[in-house]
Design a protein around this ligand. Sequence first.
Ligand code: HEC
Length: 216
Amino acid sequence: MVESGEGMGKVRIWLAGALVALMAAGCTPMDDLLVTIFGRSMRDQPSFNPYENPQPPPEGSVPFASGNFPAAPGEVNLGQPEGTPVPAPVLPADMLRALTNPDEVPQVTGLDNPIAPDAESLERGEVLFQRACAPCHGVDGQGDGPVSEVAPVFGVSLMSDQALGLVDGYVYSMIRVGRGAMPALGHQITHYDRWHVVNYVRELQGQLPDAESSEN
Ligand code: HEC
């Protein structure tokens, strides 16, 4: 009894070893062998990889990253109700083009700011700015946020002549789709909230019209 028990144990160990060896070496050589016999491998399939986009988006569609248009300020985004003013699609390449040829890219620079820079808007803008922008641009927009200490490329000041000269629509689109090393934040910040952030950036830059800035 004892002897046959040991015998069975050895056979099991041997089988387990063979199984592991087969599993470890199985896929690739087996696949290669089948290719030589059948001319194709199980790996060549019409399936697509995770994260692979099987179909390009239809012409003129708004990328999801720049979606996020609620029906009204302060409302949760529940898709895009009929009549919501959805700005035309913008690509990061448009942002670069708009920098040198503003008139050519009206969907970036020609946007009207629908939110007056009153105290309420600036308060909301400040919360969002400190949450989403300050890590790189710094609490005062000077380009000295904590991220910039680790990766100086992100320490871009919003007080440069170029940044001061950007129109509201440009700053809005910058938040929406980004440019160069600046990530798109359209996912995190909805349409109306972007305008609140624009107003707050303007305030930091001292660019608000006198009437409004003296109120605050
Ligand atoms: C991950 C870091 C990062 C975050 C977060 C970030 N930015 Fe930027 N931002 C950059 C970089 C880098 C640039 C320069 C991009 C380039 O060179 O094309 C930039 C450029 C800009 C510009 C254009 C400046 C110019 O001179 O042309 C504006 C406006 C701007 N950011 C606003 C914002 C706002 C508003 C937020 C928050 C909603 C924000 N950024 C969040 C990194 C960041």
